[in-house]
Design a protein around this ligand. Structure first.
Ligand SMILES: [Fe+2]
Length: 174
């Protein structure tokens, strides 16, 4: 289950409905799904997508999403630090960033208006970062995550870095 933290207010929310309405009020969609498949650490992209096809297909059809792929980072992944750094600076995309968490965890940080808050996502959590919303993503202390990414057009998912440096105030050093 996701956990929401607002560090500046010293607030942590664990309740799904409370997290969902907090995020909804800020234009961020969050939901839960069944992520019960057991997959090998080195499961291929197709194995992961096949395991969840029955949930993924109707979701993609409803939302007009055209492609899906899988981000898979684990202990054996080469260049984990380079992968971590790539998403750790504040950025935006011209397309929604949608993630279905299958295994492990990852932390989405949002910077909306004056507010900065973090959503730690684990297996079964769905999250959509709206297009043009300032955010960054932290692989977390374990650097272990499997998540399905869904796109209308992957070219819209290029990271446009804001260069604000605000992320450095919040990211823990691992
Ligand atoms: Fe992003």
């Amino acid at each position: 289950m996701a956990v929401l933290k607002i560090p500046d207010a010293n607030v942590t929310i664990y309740n799904f409905k409370e997290i969902q309405s907090f995020l909804e009020a800020r234009g961020v969609w969050h939901d839960r799904w069944e992520a019960n498949e057991v997959l090998a650490p080195d499961a291929t992209q197709d194995e992961v997508l096949d395991a969840y096809r029955s949930d993924l297909k109707p979701f993609m059809e409803r939302g007009g999403y055209k492609t899906a792929d899988v981000i898979n980072v684990h202990a054996g992944t080469p260049n984990v630090d380079a992968i971590r750094q790539k998403f750790l600076a504040e950025h935006t995309h011209t397309e929604d960033e949608i993630r279905f968490f299958v295994e492990g965890e990852g932390i989405f940080w949002f910077h909306i208006g004056e507010e900065v808050f973090a959503v730690t996502c684990r297996a079964g959590d769905l999250l959509s970062v709206p297009a043009n919303t300032s955010h960054w993503f932290d692989l977390g202390p374990k650097a272990h995550v499997k998540a399905i990414r869904v796109f209308i057009d992957p070219s819209g998912w290029v990271a446009n870095y804001t260069g604000s440096g605000i992320d450095k105030r919040y990211n823990p050093g691992y």
